[in-house]
Design a protein around this ligand. Structure first.
Ligand code: ATP
Ligand code: MG
Length: 561
């Protein structure tokens, strides 16, 4: 895999699943490891899915096996072709390749139907006429056994006939189901005659109206794994109680292989939500601008925000894989992003809350080109030229009246360095009637060109700037946590925990001209401000930048106050 250089373990990731896979290879149980990533195409992928992707594709790579991308498209009511395309794009962008191994559970519908008939013939499945509500009542509770359905003892012939007629469309939606005949008294409720097929008239994105009965997840999943020769079927912990059922099907059907299911803890991330149902609601109720809103924890949102794929992979590697669900702090993810961007992102200057600075003793019509290093964190970094002139933009909060001693920036009488340019001393400020600073006046020392001290004297601080005559105007979008609470919904309705300040749009920012060429997906550091990246919709005549992540964790500071 690409860049794991910062992983503590030089030999790559290790965990209980990889140990099991290694043991199965060493013992000769499997020559070729096959895993799969099985998304249901009913939403976009989020960073939790990325964990499953990194695990499944990662193991396949490490053991020279294969990882299938399989769409678990068994519920046409919620699935859509758009999601199928988006999921493929996201997996590829994350850096993984399924080669020719792209599959759909719907390709197995005929085989699954035959296997359902096999169970009926063996006396292991029956058609039930109970309504969904009755079935719930008959199912019993955790402490009480269930009650057998009055239709449980239908003959195999009657069941085969009814099941064929379900398929032929003779009954209305929900009128009958096919159930496995296992054990209505089982301590595991999943084994109390689970439903295998339901009637649903809904065109399917791939099979159209060929089918009006659909297998449910449990019946489709393990058998799809078996058809594909999956050796290790990795899923999240909530499927642990389904494992006996997964194995029951494999034992009772003439399947071509015996995959094994292993469960791992899902990724939960603070200050966001990773439930597809909630993400869909955020989009459909317009709490965000769409699936790729840069505040969303979706892969497409993170990409638009400027998060590099390698940072996502590295974050997931560092978390490791365990058998416990935990909550990971958002700041941990952001620190990983910062680390990567600190190495890879070029530096640029941009002023987000501009106020004009005029250098009184700088010639009116003069401009000059000053050299600036692109990335001080990279020894081999090249440089660029930036235009300088008499009038500059600087940040409003880099000036202060009557500043306290520790204020190292502009205040009347104080000398500071303009990054890559000159030493300037603040002489005066102009204000409007409301007392807002409208212009900062300075003088400069011509001998300090390049920002170097001419005589060994030191300045207290360095500030960034852009040239009024040369700067490009841009809109800059500052993003913050989508939810102000670490666990949305813990104390009240989850939507009430949305952070009202998650988006701060700065309409008039001034960027150094080189930023006109910035490409979406290639973040830069705005010096002293954070990491930013051109938005998908940015155009040369209307530049838009997204803040990927700030330079420091402002939430940690707030917490420790
Ligand atoms: P749903 O709530 O619709 O079941 P899901 O998040 O489980 O949604 P799937 O498309 O079924 O979505 O997920 C594909 C795979 O990704 C599954 O194997 C699932 O276990 C895994 N996965 C989903 N969410 C996470 C998560 N937060 N952490 C790790 N793996 C996850
Ligand atoms: Mg699921």
């Amino acid at each position: 895999m690409t860049d794991n250089s910062e992983t503590p373990n030089d030999e790559g990731p290790n965990d209980f699943i990889r140990e099991k896979v290694r043991a199965d290879v060493d013992s000769g149980l499997h020559e070729h490891i096959v895993t799969r990533f099985p998304p249901e195409p009913n939403g976009y992928l989020h960073i939790g899915h990325a964990k499953s992707i990194c695990l499944n594709f990662g193991i396949a790579e490490e053991f020279s096996g294969t990882c299938n991308l399989r769409f678990d498209d068994t519920n046409p009511a919620k699935e859509d072709e758009t999601y199928i395309r988006a999921i493929q794009e996201d997996v590829r962008w994350l850096g993984f390749d399924w080669g020719d191994n792209l599959f759909y559970a719907s390709d197995y519908f005929e085989q699954l139907y035959d296997w359902a008939c096999h169970l009926i013939r063996e006396g292991l499945a029956y058609v039930d006429d109970l309504s969904a509500e009755e079935m719930r009542e008959y199912r019993g509770t955790l402490t009480e056994p269930g009650t057998p359905s009055p239709h449980r003892d239908r003959s195999a012939d009657e069941n085969l006939d009814l099941f064929a007629r379900m398929r032929a469309g003779e009954f209305v939606d929900g009128e009958r189901v096919l159930r496995a005949k296992i054990d209505m008294a089982s301590g595991n409720i999943n084994l109390r005659d689970p439903v295998l097929y339901r009637i649903l008239r809904n065109p399917h994105p791939r099979t159209g109206d060929t089918w009006c009965i659909y297998p449910n997840y449990d019946f489709a999943h393990g058998q799809s794994d078996a058809i594909e020769g999956v050796t290790h079927s990795l899923c999240t912990l909530e499927f642990e109680d389904h494992r006996p059922l997964y194995e029951w099907f494999l034992e009772n059907l003439p399947v071509p292989a015996t995959p094994r299911q292993y469960e791992f803890g899902r990724l939960n991330l603070g200050h966001t939500v990773l439930s597809k149902r909630r993400l869909i609601q955020l989009v459909s109720e317009n709490h965000v601008a769409g699936w790729d809103d840069p505040r969303m924890p979706t892969v497409t949102g993170l990409r638009r925000r400027g998060v590099p794929a390698v940072a996502i992979r590295d974050f997931i590697t560092r978390l490791g894989v365990t058998k416990a669900d935990g909550l990971v702090e958002m700041s941990y993810f952001e620190n990983t992003i910062r680390e990567h961007l600190n190495h890879s992102a070029e530096r640029r200057m941009a002023v987000l809350d501009p106020v004009k600075l005029v250098i009184e003793n700088y010639p009116e019509d003069q401009t000059e080109e000053l050299e600036a290093v692109n990335n001080p964190a990279d020894e081999n970094s090249d440089t660029r030229m930036i235009s300088f002139g008499r009038e500059l933009w600087v940040e409003r909060d880099d000036y202060m009246d009557d500043a306290p001693k520790k204020f190292r920036r502009l205040t009347v009488g104080q000398e500071v360095r303009l990054r890559f340019a000159y030493f300037v001393t603040c002489t005066d400020v102009l204000k409007d009637d409301a007392g807002n600073v409208t212009e900062i006046r300075c003088t400069y020392d011509p001998d300090s060109r390049g920002g170097d001290s001419p005589d060994g004297r030191k300045v207290r601080g360095t500030i960034h700037w852009t040239s009024v005559a040369h700067a490009k105007t841009a809109e800059v979008r500052l993003y913050d946590h989508l939810f102000s609470e670490e666990e949305p919904g813990k104390e009240r309705e989850w939507l009430e925990d949305l952070n009202p300040a998650s988006l701060d749009i700065r309409k008039t920012c001034y960027l150094e001209p080189a930023l006109e060429q910035a490409v979406p997906g290639n973040p830069v550091q705005f010096e002293r401000l954070g990491y930013f990246c051109a938005d998908l919709e940015s155009r040369p005549d209307s530049l838009i930048f997204n803040r990927t992540v700030s330079l420091r964790d402002s939430w940690a500071k707030a917490k420790n106050k």
